[in-house]
Design a protein around this ligand. Structure first.
Ligand code: SF4
Length: 389
């Protein structure tokens, strides 16, 4: 049973654009990122890939007829390897094909090791409104162990350049790094807040399969230390005026990331580019699709309009879990109405699971709102497993 007949209105639609190249693969990275070979001319690749992205969107239009783009995110890989001219071409073509809302948030991810003022000026001119910088740490020893191509000086310089052109800036950092002490994590949190950017993300380093770290595990901090790092980072950020609104995301008032919020609120997204994923709502079904991951293969497949490697309908039995997997990351939880609107299911279908989660003190629930408790935030996987069928 995969068809749903009660989805009256689709949720907001975001656009994700994947740029799959990086200068060097980091040992912890399981994203679809590919080392850019020195003998390949990046300008040639850029122009071929931009054309492929535009054709990808053209072929996808029938799935999003009549819908406006609520937010755009250039992710990777390292989108800041691409010129302002390339980003401008993509954005103007997107707008010509399917209107972008006039106040849409448009984010571009940048690597401090691949940042220059000219590129940032170009992104601004192209219409980018927000920069997300992959800082990871301000400690040279940790940057080296993470295999990053930048050092702490580059990180600080990258932030200063970004601040010249953009008001909305996110800094991505990680904690629980190999051999990291609690004091070093605190130093990173203090340095990050000293720039007073509008948004910060702090991720717990996780070792994913298919990474160098998985095959050669580094020495990680003890669980007690990483919990202490998490609690201390949350306290420091809160003292500096950052609101903790999602498991790893912190924002100054009115600066929450609209694009990611749309993911977490179980909104729709069309992903274009190598390996990009989409989730799209139709009146009778919700689908997920993914594109070919290898950039060369993806570009070849575009020529035959056959760039989608896998497409599935989300089964009704999986809907509640998928909704919770996103929504319960949000500290404010969700409204009962939005569960019904976005899944087409009545809240009573998960009565038993909700009761279990309440009894275990993992969620709180009133007449309208369901949200994770502090315990539920700390043990999110345990909470989610209750909804897994
Ligand atoms: S720069 Fe980012 S996307 Fe590229 S390999 Fe490193 S972690 Fe992955």
């Amino acid at each position: 049973m995969g068809q749903i007949s009660r989805l009256a209105m689709p949720p907001p639609l975001s656009l994700y654009v994947h740029i799959p190249w990086c200068i060097k693969k980091c040992p912890y990275c399981d994203f679809n990122s590919h080392e850019h070979k020195g003998n390949e001319n990046l300008t040639d690749i850029e122009s071929l890939y931009v054309d492929a992205l535009i054709r990808d969107l053209e072929y996808s239009l029938p799935k999003i007829w009549g819908r406006k783009i609520y937010s755009i995110f250039f992710g990777g890989g390292t989108p800041s390897l691409f010129s302002g001219k390339a980003i401008k071409k993509i954005l103007s073509q997107v707008n010509a094909l399917t209107p972008i809302l006039y106040d849409a948030e448009i984010t571009l991810e940048a690597n401090p090791g691949a940042v220059d003022a000219l590129h940032f000026e170009g992104y601004k001119e192209a219409g980018v409104t927000r920069i997300s910088l992959g800082i990871q740490s301000f400690n040279d020893r940790h940057l080296q162990s993470l295999g990053r191509i930048h050092n702490s000086q580059d990180a600080k310089k990258g932030i200063e350049i970004a601040m010249r052109y953009f008001d909305e800036i996110n800094l991505d950092l990680m904690y629980a790094l190999p051999h990291q002490t609690v004091n070093e994590a605190i130093d990173d949190a203090n340095t990050a807040t000293s720039f007073n950017t509008q948004h910060l993300s702090f991720y717990h380093l996780t070792i994913e399969p298919n990474t160098f770290f998985f095959k050669h595990p580094p020495q990680l901090p003890l669980e007690d230390d990483s919990s202490l790092m998490q609690e201390t980072i949350e306290t420091i950020l809160s003292q500096q005026g950052y609101q903790h609104y999602e498991t790893s995301a912190f924002a100054k008032p009115k600066s929450q990331c609209q694009h990611n919020l749309n993911y977490w609120q179980f909104g729709d997204y069309l992903g274009i580019g190598a390996g990009a994923h989409s989730k799209l709502t139709f009146h009778d079904k919700i689908t997920r699709e993914s594109r070919y991951k290898n950039p060369k293969q993806y570009m070849e497949k575009i020529n035959t309009q056959n760039m989608i490697e896998a497409e599935t309908i989300v089964l009704e039995k999986d809907l509640a879990f998928e909704f919770m997997m996103n929504h319960l990351r949000l500290i404010d939880g969700f409204s009962i109405n939005s569960f019904q609107e976005k899944t087409g299911l009545n809240i009573s279908t998960i009565d038993k699971e909700l009761k279990t989660a309440i009894n275990k003190k993992l969620i709180s629930m009133d007449q309208t709102i369901i949200k994770p408790t502090l315990l539920g935030q700390r043990f999110l996987n345990d909470l989610l497993s209750i909804f897994l069928k």
